[in-house]
Design a protein around this ligand. Structure first.
Ligand code: HEM
Length: 567
């Protein structure tokens, strides 16, 4: 009797309904809790937990499926940017911080924070660092700063993060900065005409097409930057280095998936080729370098290129092996040029596409420097020019979509309203902050945040509706150039610290930011002064594959045509 009345499909249907009802209840509870937590006024609490339909899987699927739109949803509430907590697997929460006050608190507390685990991940999956060194790297919980984190007992000679960071600081924000910038300028004024010749831009006024403008900038700006940091010998012994690096940038999102080489052999092959390039260079430079080759500024030399690279060679005592060093150097090369190449490309594209902007750029350069050749001008003065600075800042606002990863290995961090628990991972995304409608000035919608507005970062003392934010900035105390003409529009970054974050912030900020600004502004001034440029690609679309890595990359090549200006 009993056996004949058993119906498996009815049982399945019942189980399905029971699970569905359970999930619906769980979700409804999460939603109610989420809204309740938004109204919570208590300080130092965990950010509201974003509702999830399927426990254990959490929000991982929507996060990976369409990261930009998921971030927009989870970090805004009632038209304001906020912070939230998402679940990305069993017992693993990630903290998304986007409201200005919390982001500024993160920067303030950044001396006891690091992105150590993410650096280890990047070294392993992106740059292919061998495991034997990664364990040393992962075991170092002393942080990248001169003073070790409280509670850490790593001996000084095993402070890997500090050792690496010391060289970076000196090279990019200390004594190496000016010599590196001068080497960049020198290389660029030579590299630029050399690349133009191979692109067949004639001396006359004939238009010449450049089918892939980003590649062209990679070969001019990128090559010059590589020469400034690594010296000419790296390229001399590896003539295909720049092409390999360009290809590496294309396959980086694939490498980040961490799949084995038999599934995707090509990205691994490109990375191996680049590491071999570095090892060939080490052999050549070790053979030819002598102390007497170091230039008068005490920094550059034709073999290792810079004091930074010589210092990295000295870390071999600890690192022990050229494969490890080469993986690290690949990371340095990629960090040094990838973002700057994409961002310089877009600066020039925006200038060319904006009515009358090329002429305004030329006027700024000639009124400041007359007919002085650009190879002789004062770069510090050029990079302070308000219009050029505003174009630079607006381009980074529009196109940089990087994540800054924060974590505290020492203690919970009190961020005012919210708290970041010890050893957990927090993310701040530049794109979300850069598109904050409640903060940035759009002149009542005339200049939407998804469009380029060259003057967004200029404040005109005579126009209360000008300036980067929605709030009137008539206070002269925020001027960076206090000595300037008090009636002239000025550029200032004051008050934007928690909202303009292409480089991250606090002590976790990109050390190459000063070099990047100088490089981008010089490239813009030089190319715009000497050439007319027309963008031939009608619609420029961007790929979301690189979202989170830095400056976005166009989906298709951007074709332009240029011709030398008759002066
Ligand atoms: C528009 C250009 C650039 C952008 C948007 C950019 C952005 C960033 C960001 C977001 C980080 C991660 C900070 C963190 O969270 O740890 C970073 C790190 C870094 N950047 Fe840049 N960067 C640019 C140009 C440069 C240049 C020109 C150089 C060097 C020549 C450079 C060298 C580095 C290095 C070495 C690091 C790693 C620092 C560390 O190990 O802690 N960057 N950059």
């Amino acid at each position: 009797m009993l056996a004949s009345s058993f119906d498996p499909s009815a049982l399945l249907a019942f189980a399905g309904i029971a699970i569905g009802v359970g999930l619906a209840f769980n979700y409804a509870y999460d939603v109610i809790e989420y809204h309740r937590a938004q109204g919570n006024e208590t300080e130092n609490c965990l950010p509201p937990k974003y509702p999830t339909l399927i426990p254990y899987l959490g929000n991982i699927v929507p996060f990976l499926w369409n990261t930009p739109s998921f971030l927009q949803r989870t970090t805004s509430y009632g038209g304001q940017l906020g912070s939230s907590r998402i679940n990305v697997g069993p017992h693993w929460d990630v903290y998304l911080f986007q409201d200005r006050e919390t982001v500024m608190q993160l920067w303030k507390n950044s001396t006891i924070m690091c992105a150590g685990r993410v650096h280890v991940w990047a070294c392993k999956y992106l740059f292919g660092m061998p495991d034997k060194f990664l364990s040393l790297y992962a075991a170092d919980n002393s942080g990248p700063f001169a003073k070790p984190y409280p509670g850490s007992n790593v001996p000084p000679h095993l402070r890997v993060h500090r050792l690496m960071n010391e060289g970076i600081e000196k090279a990019l924000t200390g004594s190496g900065f000016d010599p590196t910038l001068q080497r960049f300028r020198k290389a660029f004024v030579l590299q630029f005409p050399a690349t133009l010749n191979t692109t067949r831009v004639s001396e006359g006024s004939e238009w010449i097409e450049i089918p892939d403008f980003r590649k062209f900038i990679h070969n001019t700006v990128g090559t010059s930057l590589v020469q400034a940091v690594f010296g000419p010998s790296l390229l001399h012994v590896n003539p295909t280095f720049m092409d390999d690096l360009y290809e590496f940038d294309q396959v980086l999102p694939l490498l980040s998936k961490g799949l084995p080489s038999f599934i995707m052999p090509q990205p691994y092959a490109i990375r191996r080729r680049l590491r071999d390039n570095f090892k060939r260079w080490y052999a050549y430079a070790r053979k030819h370098f002598t102390e007497s080759a170091i230039s008068e500024d005490g920094d550059g030399d034709p073999f290792w290129g810079s004091n930074w690279m010589r210092q990295r060679q000295k870390t071999l005592d600890l690192i022990q092996d050229d494969d490890v060093l080469a993986a690290g150097d690949l990371g340095v090369a990629w960090a040094s040029i990838a973002n700057v190449v994409s961002a310089s490309t877009m600066v020039l594209v925006h200038v060319a596409k904006t009515q009358n902007l090329p002429n305004r750029v030329r006027n700024e350069v000639t009124s400041a420097f007359g007919n002085q050749p650009l190879e002789d001008i004062n770069l510090r003065q050029l990079s302070k020019n308000p219009l050029l600075s505003s174009i630079y800042a607006e381009t980074l606002r529009l196109h940089v979509k990087s994540f800054t990863v924060v974590s505290s290995p020492v203690q919970d961090i009190n961020l005012g309203k919210f708290r970041l628990p010890k050893n957990s991972m927090g993310l701040v995304n530049a794109h979300v902050s850069h598109m904050d409608e409640s903060f940035w000035n759009t002149k009542d919608g005339l200049h939407p945040l998804n469009s380029f507005w060259a003057e967004r970062f200029l404040t005109d003392p005579n126009d209360p509706s000008s300036g980067p934010t929605r709030f009137t900035r008539q206070d002269n105390a925020i001027r960076d150039d206090a000595a300037g003409n008090p009636n002239a529009p000025y550029y200032s970054m004051k008050g934007l610290e928690g909202s303009w974050i292409p480089y991250g912030g606090g002590h976790l900020i990109c050390p190459g930011r000063f070099l990047a600004k100088n490089v981008m502004i010089l490239a813009c001034a030089l190319l715009t002064s000497e050439f007319e440029m027309e963008v031939l690609t009608k619609e420029i679309l961007f790929s979301s594959k690189w979202f989170g890595f830095g400056a976005e990359i166009p989906k298709h090549a951007i074709a332009v045509r240029i011709r030398r200006r008759v002066q």
